[in-house]
Design a protein around this ligand. Sequence first.
Ligand code: 13P
Length: 260
Amino acid sequence: MRIPLVAGNWKMHTVRQEAITLAEAIARAVSGLSAAVEVTLCPPFVFLEPVRQALADTPVQLGAQNVHPEPEGAFTGEISVPMLASVGCRYVIVGHSERRQYFGETDAWIARKVRAVLQGGLRPILCVGERLEERQAGRARQVVQAQLEGALDGLSEEALPELVIAYEPVWAIGTGQNATPQQAQEMHGFIRSWMRARWGSKADSVRLLYGGSLKPDNAAALFRQPDVDGGLVGGASLKASSFLAIVEAAIGVSSQGGEA
Ligand code: 13P
């Protein structure tokens, strides 16, 4: 039984007081909910510490949006896994499509980050997903498979319970055009079978999140799919009410046992 995870990726949004107010509102509301879901907030690096304080003694966990694979060194402007661990991070988003697109991150570079995060005792949320032209050319699975192979090849099965994968089709991110539940399940099922071919039934412990225009009105239908174990939320995570509605959708579906 996989506990659903709903993670908010704030991207490059909020200033300090907005970050604190948003985190406090979410933490307060989540504290009053049942524990059938894990909730994580990923603010910009500079607000990790105040957000950590806002989340203290609540079930909401802290995550980062990116990391450098080396533990320390002369890498001006970068942030390491031990730094993130020391401010209380539990999760780290790795290989987001915006990092791939705007910052030239390759699968090999992302693979190093995944390993560094696991070695440092944190949990990577590895993002994969095809672009619109790749889907239109019928290459969506091929692209996602190459991203999985590039980032995860050779990973030992002991790491699997710590691993989270987010399927975020690039054409759905910030566009208001989410993948349909069928499209999401089709790709999530494919990712699950790719993992099972490598790691057998151990692959069933990996949570597969959907991301891309996830909103209160489409979350439940997506979360009801058997291989959708929660969501990575961008825009809708910047308002406490919409993020909480998505968290509640995850709780509602998990308490019904999904749609096996
Ligand atoms: P949106 O929810 O704004 O489409 O962003 C999704 C995303 O990229 C989360 O990482």
